[in-house]
Ligand binder design. Structure first.
Ligand SMILES: [Zn+2]
Length: 342
């Protein structure tokens, strides 16, 4: 296998705009959660791509980037080899970054975009909202090489595409430089903005009682409680998985994790081992063992579901997609758990 895939080049000032954009995006929880989202720059034969497991928020200094030989990475795609398999330290979406022709490529798990991208009628709804932009819809497909192949297919139909909305997943943008990419991102966020529904406040007194002298904690992010206090949110979560990141919490593929439980007195002993508990009508408690990455994922989920109406037809992941995605998700999850975010 080609071991010459990594380039021996140092982070330099040419990367400053990229790192600034990465940090700005990474610090916005409506755009990325934990180590999700990735960015790349094609420069002088090098593909600078986000390293696997790193948080975009930690971009300053450039340690989140890996330099790969652009020609070598392109060759792996032609040989039907996923560059992320060949070089696991690179982003799982390296194949996507090299397939798009743009100098700058940005992939985000935008809350507003996902709130549209999980709907049955997403392509038609997006058509109105993204009118005039060079965009295309890609129905859900697994990350890595399968997604890169779909991108190749839609680019062959319209080579000038610079926005991709990924069903049950997120948003991909390409730009000639960082400023153009940032402008495009701002424009799309503006057009796809959905105000979140207001949820009933949590029952903090009960939650504090439940958490006292226990392995449970209250989340710092109050918005997480909407998973329990908003009836529409609860109903949506009972329908299934909306996107693969949800499978990070349960390699056993247990959708019950996202179903609300009744608080039976103050005894939660039957639920030990769970990462979090959605307590119907009351609020959410988190296991003290939950990682920052997991909590960020849960916050993101709450934000997405708060932007979906009660009567909206949703396109949940199929059982097959969840099963196929779970191994990747479990792998990513271990990696997320092992990554300390500074
Ligand atoms: Zn993604």
């Amino acid at each position: 296998m080609d071991q010459g895939i990594i380039k021996n080049v140092a982070v330099n000032e040419d990367l400053t705009p990229l790192l600034e954009l990465a940090g700005r995006v990474g610090r916005n929880p409506l755009l990325t959660q934990a180590s999700t989202g990735n960015i790349s720059l094609k420069l002088d034969g090098v593909l600078w791509v986000k390293a696997s497991g790193k948080w975009l928020a930690d971009a300053a200094g450039g340690k989140i980037l890996i330099p790969l030989d652009l020609t070598a990475v392109r060759a792996t795609i032609r040989q039907n080899i996923d560059p992320a398999e060949l070089y696991p330290n690179a982003s799982i979406e390296t194949a996507m970054h090299v397939t798009l022709p743009h100098p700058v490529v940005l992939h985000v798990h935008s809350i507003n975009t996902i709130a549209w991208a999980v709907r049955e009628g997403a392509p038609a709804e997006l058509k109105t909202r993204l009118e005039g932009l060079r965009w295309q819809w890609i129905p859900y497909v697994a990350s890595g090489l399968p997604l890169a192949r779909e991108i190749q297919r839609v680019l062959s139909l319209r080579p000038d595409t610079d926005v991709l909305v990924l069903g049950n997943h997120g948003l991909v943008l390409g730009g000639k430089d960082c400023q153009a990419t940032r402008n495009l991102l701002d424009e799309i966020e503006r057009r796809l903005e959905v105000p979140p529904r207001e949820a009933h406040p949590a029952d903090y007194a009960l939650l504090a009682e439940l958490a006292a002298d226990s392995s449970w904690d209250l989340p710092d992010d109050d918005a997480i409680h909407a998973l329990a206090t908003d009836p529409v949110t609860r109903k949506i979560l009972e329908g299934g998985f909306l996107y693969p990141c949800q499978a990070m919490f349960s390699d056993a593929r247990t959708p019950e994790l996202f179903h609300a439980v009744q608080a039976d007195g103050t005894d939660l002993t039957g639920y030990s081992g769970r990462p979090f508990l959605i307590i119907q009508g009351r609020g959410v408690v988190l296991s003290k063992g939950m990682t920052a990455a997991e909590i960020a994922m849960l916050s993101g989920l709450s934000q997405v579901v708060q932007r979906i109406g009660a009567s909206t037809l949703l396109r949940y992941l199929t059982e097959e997609e969840v099963t196929a995605g779970a191994s990747t998700a479990a792998y990513r999850y271990r990696e997320l758990a092992n990554t300390s975010h500074s």
